[in-house]
Design a protein around this ligand. Structure first.
Ligand code: ADP
Ligand code: MG
Length: 563
């Protein structure tokens, strides 16, 4: 039997010193898991010690366990506030299957069933009670809770308390008062996968948390490779998409922005001999269920879906998630892309963005504005919400267009401390893998790593160069090597910068070259591409800027060799 140490603080018993080994034993005993997932143990320890906690972990990170285990080792009752009846039922069923006393109270129960549960609660038979936030409006319920010994209130999907989040639930605003009315305030632990700083601040503020310990963990998914191609024409995107799906092993998801597009592309795949099905909210429930089950059953190579495809998709061996269209926000993107590779094996997350995506988003945002007007929202509120949507879209565009390590960009966005590991890039995204030269251009203060000699071109870059010299086009090389065209492009630019014969004239005019040089001159610096791009006309691309920079590097190298 494990010994607990207790201290008395403000008339409350608080457990401390629940060390890791003890918790691991409990984890095995109650959940039959042999070890904690990243971040779980620290979170559990803080909660058990009586701290308020905000835990930000991605979907599938194992948030539920972070309050379920403390619920079992603490003396009192844990109340779990959860937004969806279906989620509650699943969790309660799974706990009960493990022999744990968990119940829910919600609108799906009748009067007698609720009475039975209340009796069990009063007899201290229950460890976890799940409720929807609406329940907190019910004064009888609140009074009942006050008679019980509550040690923890866990708020699941806590981003619902923030209007910055994608699904604000006004009833979540009731939680703060609910907590405030306890004579002995329990610890409060909030959980979410939506981890932007604004949402996090709102959670702390609107739940009235006291000096909470904030955990951001587990956003890094080392087995996922992130790739982006932006500025594609619709036509090019469609053919790239087909090539990618044909050349990538295993099954995957293609996300589209509209229902129409999901059907169109599914049809296009089928016409090209790929087993595909469309999935969107406009299809009948029965069709959706069938498609989802058949996908789980490996009957399709690819599902072409809108964002309606997601909740409950837990196929572990999804090998690719391709976004055919810019998602509305980085959190949407990461959540959807994150469905790839849950088995820990390598998987690709590819974003194919086109300029037209922006227009479509503006249209959708306008439509949502009309919707809000119909719902009677105030002008002020509508404006604020629309601003948020545009800001999120801008951040998503930055991700797609910035020429920086993708993994680092995402981890920064979520403020995950794992960024420390990747200060020099992750080595596993399109930017880091194929584009080490460009990375060096960004970092040209640290000149030590810059290649100086054509003989230093090796590995993946050398392979691309080899195909190029044999006369293959960039598109062909990309297909052969199963890499993005931009990756190949960057290989060739890297080679060009050390004197390789990459025929860049095909990609840049004299006039464009001069304009770019003038801007670099004006700035006196080419360590960052963005400021250069900002001063140039729209039609000059990052690729063209890179050509000019590579040329400067090339000339420098020549000078170094001569001196
Ligand atoms: P989240 O709410 O963060 O999306 P869940 O709490 O639903 O994630 O957990 C995702 C899955 O991980 C569940 O199937 C859960 O049983 C499992 N899980 C949680 N913790 C562990 C662990 N320590 N070891 C193995 N599996 C775990
Ligand atoms: Mg969850």
């Amino acid at each position: 039997m494990i010994k607990l140490k207790w201290i008395c603080l403000n008339d409350r018993l608080i457990k401390i010193h629940y060390n890791g080994a003890m918790l691991t034993t409990q984890l095995k005993q109650f959940f039959q898991f042999s070890e904690f997932k990243p971040g779980q143990q620290e979170i559990v320890q803080s909660i058990v010690a009586g701290r308020d906690v905000v835990a930000l972990m991605p979907t599938g990170g194992g948030k539920s366990l972070c309050y379920q285990l403390p619920a079992l080792v603490s003396g009192g009752l844990t109340i779990v506030i959860s937004p969806l009846i279906a989620l509650m039922k699943d969790q309660v069923d799974s706990l009960r299957a493990r022999g744990i006393e968990a119940v829910f109270i919600n609108s799906s129960l009748n009067f007698n069933q609720i009475n039975d549960i209340v009796a069990d609660l009063k007899h201290g038979k229950v460890k976890l009670l799940y409720v929807a936030p609406e329940r907190l409006k019910n004064s009888e319920f609140v009074q009942l809770i006050n008679e019980l010994d509550v040690s923890l209130v866990a708020v699941d999907e806590a981003h619902c308390v923030s209007s910055w989040g994608h699904d604000f639930r006004p009833d979540y605003m009731l939680i703060q008062n609910f907590i405030a009315q306890f004579t002995n305030r329990p610890a409060v632990a909030a959980f979410t996968a939506t981890a932007t700083p604004e949402v996090r601040d709102d959670i702390v503020k609107h739940l009235g948390l006291t000096n909470p310990k904030i955990f951001v963990r587990g956003f890094d998914r080392p087995n996922l490779m992130f790739e982006v191609q932006s500025g594609l024409s619709q036509k090019k995107r469609k053919s790239d998409l087909l090539n990618l799906v044909q050349s990538t092993a295993g099954s995957g998801i293609v996300y589209t922005l509209t229902r129409k597009m999901s059907e169109e592309i599914a049809g296009y795949f089928s016409a090209n001999g790929i087993k595909a099905a469309a999935y969107h909210a406009g299809l009948e429930g029965a069709v959706r269920t069938r498609v989802q089950n058949e996908f789980m059953d490996n009957q399709y190579k690819v599902i072409v879906a809108t964002v309606a495809f997601g909740m409950g998709v837990n196929k572990a061996d999804i090998r690719f998630v391709i976004h055919c269209g810019l998602p509305a926000s980085v959190e949407n993107y990461y959540q959807e892309a994150g469905r790839a590779g849950r088995d820990g094996e390598p998987a690709r997350c590819i974003l194919l963005a086109s300029k037209q995506d922006n227009g479509l988003h503006s249209f959708l945002i306008n439509k949502s504005q009309e919707e809000m007007i119909k719902q009677g929202k105030s002008r002020l509120e509508i404006n604020a919400l629309i601003d948020i949507k545009y800001k999120k879209l801008r951040q998503m565009k930055d991700y797609a267009e910035a020429f920086k390590c993708r993994r680092l960009a995402v981890l920064k966005y979520f403020a995950d401390p794992d960024i420390e590991k990747y200060q020099n890039g992750c080595g596993g995204c399109d930017v880091c893998l194929g584009m080490s030269n460009s990375k060096m251009i960004l970092d040209n203060t640290k000149t030590t790593k810059r290649l100086k000699n054509i003989n230093e071109i090796t590995g993946t870059v050398a392979q691309s160069v080899d195909f190029y010299q044999k006369g293959f086009s960039l598109d062909q090389i990309a297909k052969i090597r199963e890499l993005g065209v931009r990756t190949i492009w960057n290989h060739l630019i890297e080679w060009y910068a050390v004197g390789g014969d990459f025929r860049v004239e095909e990609y840049i005019s004299k006039d464009q070259r001069q304009r770019i040089l003038a801007v670099i001159d004006e700035l006196g610096d080419y360590s960052k591409l963005r400021p250069i791009k900002d001063l140039l006309p729209e039609n000059i691309s990052y690729e063209q800027i890179k050509i000019v920079i590579a040329k400067i590097e090339q000339e420098k190298n020549v000078i170094i060799k001569i001196t």
